[in-house]
Structure formats: C-alpha cells, structure tokens
Design a protein around this ligand. Structure first.
Ligand code: HMG
Ligand code: MG
Length: 317
C-alpha cells in the first residue's frame, strides 16, 4: 500500500500504465517448454494483481520461436475480464489472422532501428518490415483492433553497436504514421543509461507525441530502473516490464530480462504515481513463475519483500 506521507512530484506523470510483457517477452526465450497451463495461471494471477494490459502471446513462426507456439490456446483459456486487455505480437498477416481468431484484443508489430537486428529477428530489412506491416495495421484497424508498434535496439544493437537517436526516431515516426497508436522503444540489449535514454527520447519526441511513446527497458547492466526514471522525467508514462524480471530476446545474445514489474510498481508507489497494481499480489505472481522456472526472481523489490516476510515470520511474538 502507498505511503500517505509521499508527496507527488508535479513534474512527473500522475499515473503510469504498465504493459506487462512477462508472458510473451519473459517466456519466449525459455529453453524448456513452459506449459500452457502455467502461462494461463501466470496471466490470471497478473490480472488478479490489478494488471490491466498484458502481452499474453506472440503469433510468430513456431520454427523461429517454439516457446510461443501455443498462443491460441493461451488466449482461449484465459478468463476474460472487463477492463483487461490481452495483446499479442504479430509479424505479418498470418500472425494477425491467428491473433484475431484467438479473440485477441490488441496486437503489436515489431520493427528495429538496426538493419542487422531486423534481418536476424524477422528476416527482412527495416524498409521491408515497414512495407509488411502496412497491410497488417490496415487489416487490424478495420477489424477494430488497436495496434502498438515496437522499435528494437533503440540504445544499441548486439550486431551493430551504437544506434543514432535520429535513426530510432525515423523508424518510430514511420510506425506512428502507419497507424500504431503507441510506439514502444526497446532497449533490447539493456545497454542504455539515463543520459542516452534522454537523448533518444528527445529525438523521438520531435517526431511522435511523447504521450504516444512507451519505454521498454531490459536490465543487462542493471540500468533499467534508472532509465525508467529518466524516461518519467522526459514525460513518458507507459512502461513495458516483466514480472520477476523474466525474459530476453532469442536474437539478442547475452541480453537479460526486462525491468521487473515489481521494481517499476515500487518506484511508482514511492513517487506517488498511480499504477492500479497491488505490489504484494504482483510479487506473488512473480513468485509463482519463478518457482515454475525453478529460478530466483530477478526483482530486487520482490527479494526484499520476501526477506522482510521471512524475518517477520521468524520473529517470536
Ligand atoms: P520467414 O522464414 O522469412 O517467413 O520468417 P516465411 O513467410 O517465409 O515463412 C516461413 C515459415 O513460417 C512458413 O512455414 C510460414 O507458414 C511460417 P513453412 O512453409 O516453412 O512450414 N509462418 C508462420 N507461422 C506461424 N505464424 C506466423 C507465421 N509467419 C510465417 N505469423 C517471420 C519471417 C517474421 C515469420 C519469422 O522471422 C518470425 O516468426 N520471427 C519472429 C521472431 C520473434 O518472435 N522474435 C522475438 C520477438 S521481438 C522482441 O522480443 C523484441 C521486443 O521485445 C522489443 C525489444 O526488447 O526490443 C518486441
Ligand atoms: Mg523485449
């Protein structure tokens, strides 16, 4: 629960929207298949914690990303609730049609700011990917689905190194003009720092309204939460995060998971920013998936809360 003594900083957004990407970004790179039942239970626990937007699956080639092959089953089995959006990643029309058939409420297309990453990830150039997305966005919009757009490698590429902020802004603008309502800026390799984050966001905000930009930070160098704070100061109010900090991209060698959702919610709570999410319940959902993956949580906040609980239980009354 939020501390009533916390005074909000008026220069920061009053409310943050969390896009929970754990079931998709978090699990897509797991080497052993995570059962459909576990994925469904994770999503339902996240919803119980108050998470209202969940990227639940991706409809990509199962040869490229076998872990996401059960996307249709996941979306069919999750109990739908008012006010909760279940979204999926789609790379082409085949993926979009599968997402619509599975009753998906929103989709996301994904481009990159780096040519080599684009080739590795979706087997085409940046320009070809934009051409491929145009009919996807048009068909999704005609079917009543909103479309998010991702730009990967916004603060560095595993194959090309540094990426110019202007290049990120150019790809973000192209997706926005095609009809994506929001552009999620992905630090795929987690190499960003607050200064670089600000410079990249400044460049993007010249071409896309800042209200339509989202931060998607991976935590490889432990800078993700600092980058979230820098982005908040730049006016960004939507952040992608994964419960327990799970994840990584199969085409980004060495990169770790996203910033942990628990850490973002704790930061927001402490800054007096609303998220609508119950931190204790979220940490339980993180405990569930950490146990299922037989791995310790990557969330520093979840570890601290767990330690506090254990000390309390060990203290004789
Ligand atoms: P391709 O091989 O060039 O495509 O792959 P293709 O059209 O020639 O199709 C090859 C085969 O895949 C065919 O099957 C198609 O039917 C099938 P076959 O004839 O060989 O049996 N296929 C599909 N099957 C199911 N669903 C589909 C689909 N499309 C084709 N939608 C393709 C191109 C884009 C399909 C492939 O490269 C792909 O699936 N890539 C996905 C890679 C991926 O999911 N990466 C991780 C997500 S991105 C990410 O994590 C970054 C992000 O988090 C942000 C950040 O952190 O920066 C978003
Ligand atoms: Mg990612």
């Amino acid at each position: 629960m939020r501390d009533a003594s916390i005074v909000s900083d008026p220069s920061l957004p009053a409310r943050v929207r969390i896009v929970e990407v754990g079931p998709r970004d978090g699990l897509q790179n797991e080497p052993s298949f995570v059962s459909t039942g576990t994925k469904v239970e994770l999503i339902e626990r996240l919803i119980d914690a108050g998470v209202s937007y969940i990227e639940a699956a991706s409809f990509v080639s199962p040869k490229w990303v076998p872990q996401m092959a059960d996307g249709a089953d996941v979306l069919t089995r999750v109990g739908r609730r008012d006010g909760v959006t279940l979204a999926a990643l789609v790379p082409n029309l085949t993926g979009l049609d599968a997402a619509i058939a599975a009753n998906c409420e929103e989709v996301a297309v994904f481009a990159a700011a780096s040519e080599r990453f684009s080739q590795k990830n979706i087997n085409c150039s940046i320009a070809e990917s934009i051409e491929r997305f145009a009919p996807v966005i048009a068909r999704a919009t005609a079917a009543g689905l909103r479309v998010r757009g991702y730009v990967s490698c916004v603060l560095g590429c595993p194959f090309e190194g540094a990426i110019a902020p202007g290049q990120v802004a150019s790809v973000a603008e192209r997706l926005y003009r095609l009809g994506c309502y929001e552009i999620s800026l992905g630090d795929t390799i987690g190499a960003g720092t607050p200064n670089k984050t600000r410079a990249m966001l400044d460049a993007c905000a010249q071409r896309v309204p800042v209200s339509a930009l989202a931060g998607h930070f991976h935590d490889t160098y432990g800078m993700a939460i600092a980058n979230v704070y820098a982005a908040l100061q730049s006016g960004v109010s939507t952040f992608d995060s994964s419960v327990s900090g799970i994840g990584g991209c199969p085409y980004s060698p060495g990169a770790t998971g996203n910033v942990a959702s628990e850490d973002v919610v704790y930061l927001c709570d402490e800054l007096g920013i609303e998220t609508g999410i119950d931190l204790a319940k979220l940490a339980h959902a993180g405990g569930f998936i950490s146990d299922a993956l037989e791995r310790r949580t990557s969330s520093r906040v979840a570890r601290a809360l767990d330690g506090k609980r254990r000390r309390r239980e060990a203290t004789p009354v």
